[in-house]
Write a new protein. Structure first.
Length: 225
C-alpha cells in the first residue's frame, strides 16, 4: 500500500503528443529537417529534450541546447495548450486525494510549464508538490527530479513511495532513487519497454493505481507484478 505517489506528466497524466511533436518539428525545421510524420517524433515524449536531439538526430550538446530554445518558441505560444487528459485520470486523482494520499508530479518538463498546464486543467489542487526541471537545462534527469520532489515533500522513509510513469527513464529514475515504480500502458511506452526496465508493476488503466494504493479494494487481478 503506497501513501506517497509521484506522477510523470507527459504520457502519464496527459497526452501531450500533439504539442510536443509540433514543437520538435518546428525546431527541426530551423535546421532544414522536415518531418511530415509526427509519429516519428514520439521518441521525444518523456525523456529530457536535449538528450533526445543528441540521441535521435546526432546533435552536439551545444546544438541540442539551441534546438531546445527553438522548441520553446513554439511550445510557449501554442504547444503547451495542445494536449488531452487521459480517460480516468481526474477520477483517479480525486479518489487518491480524497483518501489522504500525498500526491506529487515529477517531470523532466520545466517546472514552470508543468505548473501552468496543471493549473489550467484545475489539477494543481490535487498535488502537494509539482517538481520539474529548471529552464537552464539543469535537474532534467528523472532521479534528480524524484529526489527533489521527495525532499520538498519531507519524505525520508521511501518504503511507501511509488513513481508512476510511461517510459523506461521513469522506471530507471525510480530505481536509482530507491523507490517503487509502476509503468502505465496508456502512454507512449510499450509493455516490452517497461518490462525491460523492470517496473515493479505494469498497469493498463488509471484506476489500477488506486488499487495499488489500497484505495479501491484488494482486487489486484488487473495489476501485473
Amino acid at each position: 500500500m503506497y501513501e506517497v505517489i509521484l506522477f510523470d506528466l507527459d504520457g502519464t497524466l496527459i497526452d501531450s503528443g500533439e504539442g510536443i511533436t509540433n514543437s520538435v518539428a518546428y525546431s527541426l525545421k530551423k535546421y532544414g529537417i522536415e518531418v511530415s510524420d509526427r509519429t516519428k517524433l514520439h521518441c521525444f515524449i518523456g525523456p529530457p529534450l536535449h538528450e533526445s536531439y543528441q540521441r535521435f538526430y546526432g546533435f552536439s550538446e551545444e546544438k541540442a541546447k539551441e534546438a531546445v530554445e527553438y522548441y520553446r518558441e513554439y511550445y510557449q505560444k501554442k504547444g503547451i495548450f495542445e494536449h488531452l487528459v487521459y480517460e480516468g485520470i481526474e477520477d483517479m486523482l480525486q479518489k487518491l486525494h480524497y483518501n489522504g494520499k500525498k500526491l506529487a508530479v515529477a517531470t523532466s518538463k520545466p517546472e514552470v510549464f508543468a505548473k501552468k498546464i496543471l493549473e489550467g486543467l484545475d489539477f494543481a489542487k490535487y498535488f502537494t508538490c509539482i517538481a520539474g526541471a529548471n529552464l537552464d537545462g539543469t535537474r532534467t534527469q528523472k532521479k534528480e527530479v524524484i529526489l527533489y520532489a521527495l525532499k520538498r515533500l519531507g519524505i525520508k522513509d521511501f518504503s511507501g513511495t511509488i513513481m508512476v510513469g510511461d517510459r523506461e527513464h521513469d522506471i530507471a529514475g525510480a530505481k536509482q532513487a530507491g523507490i517503487s515504480s509502476a509503468g502505465v500502458l496508456f502512454g507512449y511506452g510499450s509493455y516490452e519497454e517497461l518490462k525491460g526496465a523492470k517496473a515493479d508493476y505494469i498497469v493498463e488503466k488509471p484506476e489500477e493505481i488506486c488499487r495499488l494504493s489500497g484505495v479501491c479494494g484488494n482486487d489486484s487481478d488487473d495489476v501485473c507484478r
